[in-house]
Ligand binder design. Structure first.
Ligand code: DGY
Length: 431
């Protein structure tokens, strides 16, 4: 007799097991701390069965907000020997209120807080103001020229660490001190699923650069050896700004300044369009050079409310769907740099699928939104909740028992309603 796994019970157990008291680690060992967007996505999962715990997750993250407004990508609330690079490498003490990394991650907070507000209550005014400070930091620190595109100062800031997009910009860097550290990721995950050593050398050199400049935003924007405009972070911020306006209006704040930021990002977004690739691509702000192919973030334009090229994007998605079994691979599956197993060079990530589906649904592409939801559901139903999935075989990739995969099952893919926006999410508690 075959026993059908109860994925919903499994997903709740994953959240409980990854709960470290007020924050949820992405997965034990590989990522033993609070990661910014992982944590925010976990709140969507918690909200399905414990809305108070969902709010706590977000409040814990914002306790680590820097005076500049930056919300770090990792908060080291406790010690762990299973991860590298730890606090001694980042050297943020004296700057950060809690021990943390010195870079950020895609700002999904306002969007997730809006969802929680829709099912529960409005956030405290202080949380709204903290998110607004974070958004203003992105504009000031990562778009100091006001071009309407957001830069990342480290591949990890995109959340999509080893995307082929970063290869050319990273190859410009001079890296002298290599191999002076021991990676810990390879203790937990097959090397074929992780970035190459040459990438790590550059990740570490960029941390050294930031640390030796005291994480000064002006120094980073003027001289960081890596400074690339990313459609992923820009799309996430643009949507988050719209959601912040919604929250601000509901709380009685003046949102005129946010409207101006939205206008700037809306008109800036077209700079990502790359005619030759026929899609939105990142570009190196030092050289002006666009990346050569699309990534899953190219399909986030609808999520950001950008509709200039919707027909072309949908056609592109159709072409991708013929080149792999499960949508949406993190990188163009027809391109020579595509690798089905290597982290962000191919695998399918559930929370990216969710964001793309929300945007497609809102722009009326219901069939494609439904396809992404059913692909995600099929991947989880067959393989449980790993970090990501092989777009060809559907097999599990990366870390196991992964928080955001579990959260997106609970909040979206495992739901039965057809609304791609937020099926499955109703307020309840089951302490
Ligand atoms: C890692 O260490 O691989 C993380 O993705 C960095 O954020």
């Amino acid at each position: 007799m075959t026993v059908t796994p109860n994925r919903t019970a499994e997903a709740k157990a994953i959240l409980h097991n990854n709960d470290r008291g007020g924050y949820t680690v992405p997965t034990a060992d590989l990522y033993p701390y609070q990661w910014n967007w992982d944590s925010l996505f976990s709140a969507l999962g918690w909200a399905v069965f414990d809305i108070k715990r969902a709010w706590t997750e977000i409040e814990t993250l914002f306790k680590a907000q820097w005076p500049s407004g930056m919300v770090p990508h990792i908060v080291f609330w406790s010690d762990s020997a299973s991860y590298f690079p730890g606090p001694d490498v980042w050297q943020t003490s004296g700057i950060a209120p809690a021990t943390s990394s010195g870079i950020s991650q895609p700002p999904v907070a306002a969007t997730i807080v809006r969802r929680l507000a829709e099912i529960d209550r409005l956030p405290p005014r202080a949380l709204y103001e903290a998110i607004d400070r974070w958004h203003r930091w992105w504009h000031r620190a990562r778009d100091p020229e006001g071009r309407g595109v957001i830069a990342i100062s480290h591949p990890w800031e995109s959340g999509r660490d080893n995307l082929p997009d970063w290869d050319a910009p990273l190859s410009q860097m001079e890296v002298t001190a290599t191999g002076h550290y021991r990676r810990r990721d390879l203790d937990h995950v097959d090397a074929a699923m992780r970035p190459h050593q040459a990438d790590y050398d550059r990740y570490l050199a960029l941390i050294d650069y930031g640390a030796s400049n005291g994480w000064d935003d002006a120094a980073v924007s003027r001289h960081s050896p890596f400074w690339v405009a990313d459609p992923g972070v820009t799309a996430v911020l643009l949507r988050a700004e719209r959601d912040l306006i919604w929250l601000g209006e509901a709380l009685g704040f003046d949102t005129a300044a946010i409207e101006r930021r939205v206008d700037r990002l809306e008109s800036g977004f077209e700079q990502f369009w790359h005619d030759k690739a026929g899609t939105y691509c990142s570009f190196d702000l030092r050289t002006g050079q666009h990346a050569q192919a699309g990534t899953s973030a190219s399909f986030l334009a609808p999520y950001a409310g950008i509709d200039q090229h919707t027909d072309q994007l949908i056609e592109e998605l159709g072409t991708w769907s013929l080149a792999c079994t499960y949508l949406v691979p993190s990188f163009d599956p027809r391109h020579g740099d595509f690798e089905a197993l290597r982290y962000w060079r191919g695998p399918v990530w559930c929370m990216v699928n969710y964001m793309i589906a929300v945007g497609l649904q809102e722009l009326g592409a219901h069939d494609w939104a439904e396809r992404l939801k059913s692909d995600t559901a099929a991947l989880i139903a067959a393989n449980g909740m790993p970090e990501s999935f092989d777009p060809n075989t559907g097999g599990p990739v990366g870390g196991k028992l992964f928080t955001w995969t579990a959260a997106l099952w609970l909040a979206w893919a495992g739901g039965s309603a057809s609304d791609a926006n937020f099926s499955g999410l109703t307020a309840s508690t089951d302490h």
